[in-house]
Write a protein that binds this ligand. Sequence first.
Ligand SMILES: NC(=O)c1ccc[n+]([C@@H]2O[C@H](COP(=O)([O-])OP(=O)(O)OC[C@H]3O[C@@H](n4cnc5c(N)ncnc54)[C@H](O)[C@@H]3O)[C@@H](O)[C@H]2O)c1
Ligand SMILES: O=C(O)C(=O)C[C@@H](O)[C@H](O)[C@H](O)COP(=O)(O)O
Ligand SMILES: [Zn+2]
Length: 377
Amino acid sequence: MTRASLSAAPKTVRVDLGDRSYDILIGPGLIATAAGEIAGRLKGRRMAVITDEHVAPLYLEPLMASLKEKGIEAVSLVLPAGEKTKSFEHLIPVCEAILGARIERNDAVIALGGGVIGDLTGFAAGIARRGSRFIQIPTSLLAQVDSSVGGKTGINSPHGKNLIGVFHQPDLVLADTDVLDTLSPREFRAGYAEVAKYGLIDKPDFFAWLEKNWQAVFAGGEARIEAIAISCQAKADVVAADERENGRRALLNLGHTFGHALEAATQYDGRRLVHGEGVAIGMVLAHQFSARMNLASPDDATRVETHLKAVGLPTRMNDIPGTLPPAEKLMDAIAQDKKVKGGKLTFILTRGIGQSFVADDVPANEVLRFLEEKHPG
Ligand SMILES: NC(=O)c1ccc[n+]([C@@H]2O[C@H](COP(=O)([O-])OP(=O)(O)OC[C@H]3O[C@@H](n4cnc5c(N)ncnc54)[C@H](O)[C@@H]3O)[C@@H](O)[C@H]2O)c1
Ligand SMILES: O=C(O)C(=O)C[C@@H](O)[C@H](O)[C@H](O)COP(=O)(O)O
Ligand SMILES: [Zn+2]
């Protein structure tokens, strides 16, 4: 079992994976004290920090100063920001930076950034020297509540999202909640979609709490920290129970089969659609499709859409700027989804708010007709 500590600051959520268990620390000021947390847990005194061009000017220097103060020798690599960085092109310099810095097995690779940097760096750490230690310092809301936890790493392909990668768990996650103040409102909203996802999977009370308190979560302070801790705890519980997605972990994919197809269809162009926005549209579609299959009430889909719209997220395919490829093309990306088994589609569907389930063998013709109806044309 995993458990969030109630009173301590920072809050700690433990991901319970036997001898690969690790802590997620959540709270203000953690970048400045990062080296203390790292040195207390890892023997190595050499690190490679990977970050992006937006995060580096804000947070790289304080992190490097903290490492230096504790006698940790570190190199850094700054990559372009955005989803297109999750590619073979950028994997190569990350691997070379790790090897060039002579990161040994007790040393570590640090991802300082959002989910793009976390997924790419985690993949490089997973393959360099057949597996190097890895620390996540997530700086976007999405990365703090989702991508930094659970060990899914990888890059995209024109064939689909995250199709190349490995499971490689971090040794530590440091979620400094102060850094969210510099995140753009659009990126904060995108991360919020993954927060709402935990409510829609199996926490109807949390979803209802978010409907009432989302403004406080956006404003910062205790409500925000609480929402992050609840999200991390939810993810930690699922990962501890099903690390490699043989069953229950697939629930974390709610909204993603549609969402990933839309990201691929927009060529991972963040000006049109970012991951969390795809998830928001995908979660509305998953609830609408469940209603169409007579599994849930259409009122639930309306409730989900109303809430996501209220926070300013896109909820329909026609909220995406530009032209989308036809529904048949979206089906090509859906057919590449990692949950497909024996050519049969698996979707996360729902019986109502917080009652999601894994549906195997979803008829492709029904999905196609549904997408044709919803497609902006
Ligand atoms: N591995 C997983 O389990 C998992 C889970 C969810 C999402 N993901 C992946 O995560 C990626 C999306 O992550 P994301 O939404 O963090 O995108 P991102 O990494 O592109 O970050 C969003 C933007 O915010 C900037 N940024 C990040 N932190 C900032 C800060 N504190 N201040 C100012 N700017 C900041 C970044 O430079 C970027 O421009 C997708 O590739 C998605 O597939 C992975
Ligand atoms: O951790 C998981 O498991 C998830 O599904 C979390 C998702 O939010 C995330 O976007 C993940 O990368 C999607 O996984 P994928 O296996 O469909 O690529
Ligand atoms: Zn996601």
